[in-house]
Design a protein around this ligand. Sequence first.
Ligand SMILES: [Zn+2]
Length: 319
Amino acid sequence: MKPRTASLDTRQLGLFDDALGTAASQAVTPEAAPAPLQSPVPEPVAEPFAPAPAVSIASVLAPAVFHHPQGDRQIVLNEHTVGYVLKRVRRRTIGFIVGPEGLSVNAPKWVGIAEIEAGLREKGAWILRKLREQQERSQRLAEAKVAWRDGTAIPFLGETVIVVLDSRAGVTPAGAVLNTDADALPGVPRLTLHVGLPQHAAPEQIRDAVQSWLQRQARRVFEERIRHYAAQLRVTCTRLSLSSAQTRWGSASADGSIRLNWRLIHFAMASIDYVVAHELAHLRHMDHSPRFWDVVRSVLPDYEQVRSSLKDGVVPVFD
Ligand SMILES: [Zn+2]
């Protein structure tokens, strides 16, 4: 679960200040409510992230479950189970607040559950988006930043690669070469990435060198897997581009172009294959209908296992 990083007071301070990145809120006015005397709730937050027709992680992957630690109620919004805290307050509108702990609903005492749930559905897309943003934020905070130095461990194709700064051994400056030690003891990483940088290189130089190597590997691996599955699915990928989106693994366009998140290269091949096959299957069906899943299943009979093993809503960032 998410760490509790803020005290109650700072959460309260942050409730209506999305710019601080701590929480966001919206409100609906119940049918029977008298007009508010004043506006206690800020304007709806503009959607900051509105990509072209593409597939969000939430729709690619299994439905998410969002909990609130004090949550006593839950609702299903667009297949996602959302737990929330309901507080009865002296106010004239129903307020929705998404903070680090999850969704809180503040409602006047006289508003019934059916009306609250109608409001939740009305604001469902906004609530889910804010919950995902909170999830990502918590994950980014919780995740120890990678210390970019000699000996750093990076996940690569489901294995661990140890970064070795090596400005001598035939590595082009700021380039990188992967070495495999076939004799490595069990449990000891057998992969080392020799980066053409001196021991005193700045962390940013090391990160840039390793990430550009990872991106080259991602392109190479994705192209190979696309060839493999495109042939099986009898589709043509006209263009592959790499993305580093924080909320999606991939997308497909009707013109045959595919975008894949290069950070997939951290995962085992089964996960990469699933996303590749999923996006290519969209070149047959641009939806998530049963016939779409039949196409995915035709090349990956066990896709559901992989699908649920990929985390919903968060692209892990090793930065
Ligand atoms: Zn899809």
